[in-house]
Design a protein around this ligand. Structure first.
Ligand code: HEM
Length: 374
């Protein structure tokens, strides 16, 4: 099996075309590593000298950014029903920061990954009402995505008096589950020189006719100031086929900076550039995606449907996320997109109370289930 997945390049999982860009978190094997691994399989996978074993890697329990300086949880457990569709749920969590805080690394962690499809954590001024949209995108979690870890000297700012808005997408899986998702932050050790922003370059007007196997959808952003490009995160759903980012400097030739030729919804990967790319004001970042809405796509939930933008996995999205940085204190170099991912829906307290009661009325089983979920 190892031979098969390594030969087919299914493992280690990495979906960027090696012809474009160099990435700090590239998991793919070099030609030499691949050859050695395959030769070892060929020899019958011998154990080798036990004394030569390298020490096992150690991990901080529960976090891949190391121990966070501060952790914020959603304020109460969320009861995910066994069946049905759950619209995005939003929780508002005050940071109670008395002063601006600079964040060097951030990680959102699902309480029960079996039902948490994604988490996006937004920033919102305490005085703002959530009905105006979810606020500034700060960090997130989705299967395959890696946490936000910014290069030395760069950090994201959480201004004093900011609340976190947790956007949670739950996908029922046949058993009722209880979730308590959280986010952890590592503070920058000193004030950073540069400030990072996550920006969504999206096309909310996409239309995918039924049975079309190669529908192109593009989106573009123009930089309003000099900036550095740090990382990418292409996002589509099950009909997503490929995704490419091209930069076009104001007076230069277009250059492909990331190409994902076989997009896989199961691997929502952050592609972190080994070396940040300096972009002058006026540069364009162009995203081009293709979608397969035909029956040839084995993941297609329904090839007979005309598909538009939507929150659920059987609808579609086309978002080229980028992380960019600018001198600390400068505004984002790309205006906030004019699409609203979703109207803010508050928790349905009545439904939650019912679900909570139904958990409580199944004594032995529910206790075990609750513990397992926690
Ligand atoms: C040389 C390195 C690696 C080898 C030899 C390897 C090998 C394998 C094998 C043999 C399978 C089972 C495939 C199947 O059942 O079809 C597998 C599945 C899997 N591996 Fe790896 N793996 C490697 C690296 C990684 C890394 C770095 C990650 C995570 C970052 C990873 C995550 C997974 C996951 C999530 C699955 C289940 C995927 C699925 O069922 O679709 N693997 N791997």
């Amino acid at each position: 099996m190892i031979e098969e997945v390594v030969e087919q390049r299914r493992m280690p999982p990495w979906h960027a075309d090696p012809r474009y860009g160099h990435f700090a978190n590239d998991r793919s094997l070099t030609a030499d590593e691949r050859a050695r691994l395959l030769a070892w399989v060929e020899q019958g996978a011998p154990l080798g000298e036990v004394k030569d074993l390298p020490p096992a890697k150690t991990f901080q329990e529960g976090w891949s950014i190391g121990k966070p300086d501060v952790v914020f949880e959603i304020p109460e457990p969320y009861y995910v029903p066994a069946q049905g569709t759950v619209a995005y749920v939003h929780f508002r969590v005050p940071t109670n920061f008395q002063e601006d805080r600079w964040i060097q690394a951030a990680e959102a962690v699902p309480g029960d990954p079996s039902v948490v499809h994604h988490i996006v954590v937004y920033l919102m001024d305490r005085s703002e009402t959530p009905r105006r949209g979810p606020g500034e995108h700060f960090c997130g979690y989705a299967p395959g995505e890696m946490p936000t870890v910014l290069p030395p000297g760069t950090a994201k700012k959480i201004p004093a008096g900011t609340d976190l808005i947790f956007q949670l997408h739950y996908t029922p899986n046949g058993r009722m589950k209880v979730d308590r998702s959280k986010v952890g932050f590592v503070f920058a050790k000193e004030p950073p020189k540069r400030q990072a922003y996550t920006i969504a370059i999206a096309n909310p007007d996409l239309i995918l006719p039924p049975q079309r196997d190669n529908v192109a959808v593009s989106s573009t952003a123009v930089l309003s100031a000099d900036a550095r490009l740090l990382s990418f995160m292409p996002h589509m759903h099950l009909r997503g086929k490929d995704f490419r980012y091209t930069i076009v400097p104001p007076d230069g030739a277009p250059r492909v900076v990331l190409s994902v030729p076989a997009y896989d919804f199961g691997w929502q990967t952050y592609y972190v550039l080994q070396k940040a790319i300096d972009l002058p004001k006026g540069s364009q970042i162009e995203c081009l995606a293709h979608f397969d809405n035909s029956s040839n796509n084995p993941y297609n939930p329904d090839p007979s449907k005309l598909v538009r933008w939507g929150e659920q996995t059987w609808e579609e999205m086309m978002i080229g996320y980028v992380d960019v940085d600018v001198p600390a204190g400068s505004p984002p170099p790309i205006a906030k997109p004019d699409f609203r991912p979703a109207a803010i829906r508050l928790r349905q307290s009545a439904v939650q109370a019912l679900l909570k009661r139904s958990v409580a009325s199944r004594p032995a089983e529910s206790k075990a289930a609750k513990n397992e979920a926690r």
